[in-house]
Design a protein around this ligand. Structure first.
Ligand code: BV8
Ligand code: ZN
Length: 245
């Protein structure tokens, strides 16, 4: 990652009027949160997240899926936002018009001070009934249980309010995301492999609408290929360079 690409990126941020930031699991990696593409560690090594994060997976073994989410939720309680989350929150304060869109189900952007985060894949800390949709507050006992809680109203199984593979994204948030992407002049894409649709479509839509695409990722992805500016590095190291304290 060379000096003048960084300078180019800082220049693009300074001159932009309307900025969209799109983050994926990579922005939380340096906080210690596993991304989907890293080989799952420990007891999850031989389970496919694509299977676990689906209605089929839940129907096959609700307990296994429940445990997977409860482990991730507990882990979230033990970690902190990293310098990338903090730099993104700073940028939202420094620039008038910044829309933050995330695929992540964690609350690290909010804990870093970001406002109005558009969670296109839902959030892990909220729960609802898989049958009737009723919201459900889980207790510490339920967090330690082997099976998901049962709905008070219809006896359906309770599940995290995240978007599983094959499920629709929240329409209101998706609308807002599409609107912001179509109107922006700079899109900063951070820590996403760009393989999960329809979110992976957003950078291409932004570029078609005339936005400059700036990608931050340690590895090459379809987004880094199409980006106008591609910074090959870790979010926690690059973002503080782009948004000084
Ligand atoms: C839908 C919530 C339709 C759950 C998630 C074929 C078969 C089946 C389905 C499909 C198919 N083709 C297309 C589909 C649709 C499917 C899809 O796109 N599948 C892909 C995988 C092929 N999409 C869906 O199913 C979506 N729904 O299409 O519905 C529909 C229409 C009408 C009516 C009904 C239905 C729903 C997709 C949402 C799934 N839920 N998460 C949970 O978290 O448990 S997606 C999940 O994966 C996360 O949100 C994550 O963001 C995303 C991607 O996973 P990761 O790779 O881990 O994360 P990311 O992509 O962000 O990659 C990590 C990156 O970080 C890497 O590039 C790495 O290099 C980088 N990195 C690592 N360290 C760092 C770093 N970057 C910076 N700094 C670092 N330090
Ligand atoms: Zn119910």
């Amino acid at each position: 990652m060379n000096e003048n690409t960084i300078r180019q990126a800082i220049e693009a941020i300074e001159t932009a009027d309307r900025i969209v930031i799109l983050t994926g699991a990579g922005v939380s990696a340096e906080s210690g949160i596993q991304t989907f593409r890293d080989a799952q560690s420990g007891m999850w090594a031989n389970f496919d997240p694509m299977k676990l994060a689906s209605q089929d997976g839940f129907a096959q073994d609700a307990g296994l899926v429940w445990r997977w989410y409860m482990e991730r939720l507990k882990k979230l309680g033990e970690v902190q936002p990293n310098p990338a989350h903090l730099a993104i929150a700073r940028l939202q304060k420094q620039k008038r018009d910044v829309t933050l869109i995330t695929q992540n189900v964690d609350d690290l952007h909010e804990r870093a001070g970001s406002q109005a985060v558009l969670h296109l894949h839902g959030t892990i800390a909220r729960f609802h009934c898989n049958e009737c949709g009723t919201a459900h507050l889980i207790s510490a006992v339920e967090m330690d249980a082997d099976q998901p809680p049962v709905c008070d109203l219809c006896l359906g199984k309770i599940r995290p309010s995240v978007v599983w593979f094959g499920e629709m994204l929240p329409q209101h948030e998706l609308q807002q995301a599409w609107q912001a992407v179509r109107a922006c002049d700079l899109m900063i894409v951070i820590g996403t492999s760009g393989v999960v649709y329809p979110v992976a479509e957003l950078p291409f839509a932004g570029q078609r609408a005339g936005a400059t695409i700036l990608d931050v990722n340690p590895v090459a992805t379809p987004i880094s290929e199409m980006a106008n500016i591609s910074l090959q590095g870790k979010a926690g190291e690059v973002l503080p360079l782009l948004v000084p304290q």
